[in-house]
Design a protein around this ligand. Structure first.
Ligand code: MEV
Length: 412
């Protein structure tokens, strides 16, 4: 397999980019045809209700990523320009110092069973005493998961106001886990009612995946980005750690990368986003998901976030998602979580570096101008030529781009 460092990738045309991805990920003819044609209306009818069309989003590849000494090409689906370029640039910067080091906890998801109308303390002790019986009963619901080494690991009883809430902690292996956990919670209803002499109301997975987190860290020598910029990045991080207005935007930048990879791989972006934002609040104050510091002449970044994602089942069975997962070549949901954490940290670094230097508008404008050039019909080398002239003329509009393109084609 060739590496993910592909200089000038962004200058290639789409066919050439696909060739590079094909070589990297050993794609076959059918894969390439799916990339070119996308899905038909017939294929998507039934994926949701009342389908009447398809909403195409651009699918970009972030290059240069090296995580735990392995190269990755990272598919990202997003409507926002600059995101893929920013992730790729940041990955290039960190690559020269060995890339990202990432790790993750076991794939444990929590299911909640709400019990009302019971004598709380007594019901809680009955649940705890019947821990093994509850685990056995839930596991019988999903023998395949158990065979794969997963299943219920623990049972907890929480008293919340006038209700008892039973938690089951389930190792969901490589699935996101919503189906497995929800089925188990529902199947446990008669047993829990019998044990608690109460009434079971809600039975549902929690998206606060506190037990299923991924971490990534990376560092670069100060001289590689300049000491002043590094200090301004740390100061900008401190700003986010002291002010919720800034922290939300800081984390939005992180999620630009995380959500784009989730979407490309068919994962539930809302599950990951709601989990991440709650995690950012775990200390009682909404805080940045990442941390930046200067130590030993190095700028060091660290991130941790919950990663309720899978590589099998649910949305990951969408043919485009399967193809993204093939390109990513992750062998477990944990590895995917580690990729997400690394992309989130890279995305965050790119935003902080831009904010600490030229600001983000210049880069955005360049990409916006390129998009407008493409909309006006420019292709290949024309795109940058038209974009540069649009920026020089300070009118980034399609009609202007058409004029410039006509002129270029007439006069070269
Ligand atoms: C824009 O989509 C994301 C940023 O606002 C993130 C940040 O400010 O850190 C650039």
């Amino acid at each position: 397999m060739s590496g993910s460092r592909i200089p000038g990738f962004y200058k290639l045309d789409i066919k050439e980019r696909v060739e590079e991805i094909k070589a990297f990920a050993s794609l076959n003819k059918e894969d390439v045809s799916l990339l070119e044609k996308g899905l038909s209306l017939e294929k998507v009818d039934g994926m949701i209700e009342n389908v009447y069309s398809i909403y195409p989003l651009p699918l970009g590849i972030a290059v240069n990523f090296r995580i735990n000494n392995r190269d990755y090409l990272i598919p990202m689906a997003t409507e926002e320009s600059s995101v893929v370029a920013a992730a790729s640039n940041a990955a290039k910067v960190f690559r020269s110092s060995g890339g990202f080091r990432a790790s993750s906890s076991k794939p444990l998801m929590t299911g909640q069973i709400q019990v009302t109308d019971c004598s709380l303390e007594k019901a809680a002790s009955s649940v705890i005493e019947a821990r093994d019986e509850i685990i056995d009963s839930a596991n019988q619901q999903d023998p395949v998961l158990v065979e794969l080494g997963g299943g219920v690991r623990d049972v907890k009883a929480r008293l919340i106001d006038d209700m008892l809430v039973v938690h089951i902690l389930v190792d969901v292996r490589d699935a996101m886990g919503a189906n497995a956990v929800n089925s188990m919670c529902e199947a446990l209803t008669p047993l829990i009612e019998d044990l608690t002499k109460g009434r079971v109301n809600f039975r549902i997975l929690s998206n606060y995946a506190m037990e299923r987190t991924a971490r990534a860290e990376a560092s670069i020598p100060l001289e590689s980005i300049g000491e002043d910029i590094a200090q301004d990045i740390v100061s900008g991080y401190r700003f986010a750690s002291l002010d919720v207005y800034r922290a939300v935007t800081h984390n939005k930048g992180v999620m630009n990368g995380v959500s784009a990879v989730c979407l490309a791989t068919g994962n539930d972006t809302r599950a990951v986003e709601s989990g991440a934002h709650a995690f950012a609040c775990r200390g009682g104050i909404y805080s940045p998901l990442s941390k930046w510091s200067i130590d030993d002449d190095l700028l060091k970044g660290f991130i941790e976030l919950p990663v309720a994602v899978g590589i099998i089942g649910g949305g990951t069975m969408h043919p485009m998602a399967r193809l993204s997962l093939k390109i990513l070549n992750v062998s477990s949901a944990r590895e995917l979580g580690e990729v997400l954490a690394s992309v989130g940290l890279a995305q965050n670094f790119a935003a902080l570096r831009a904010l600490a230097s030229e600001g983000i508008q210049r880069g955005h404008m360049r990409l916006h101008a390129r998009n407008i050039a493409v909309m006006a019909g420019a292709s290949g080398v024309e795109v940058d030529k038209v974009a540069n002239l649009l920026i020089e003329g300070e009118k980034i509009r399609v009609d202007k781009a058409r004029e410039i393109l006509d002129d270029l084609r007439k006069n070269g």
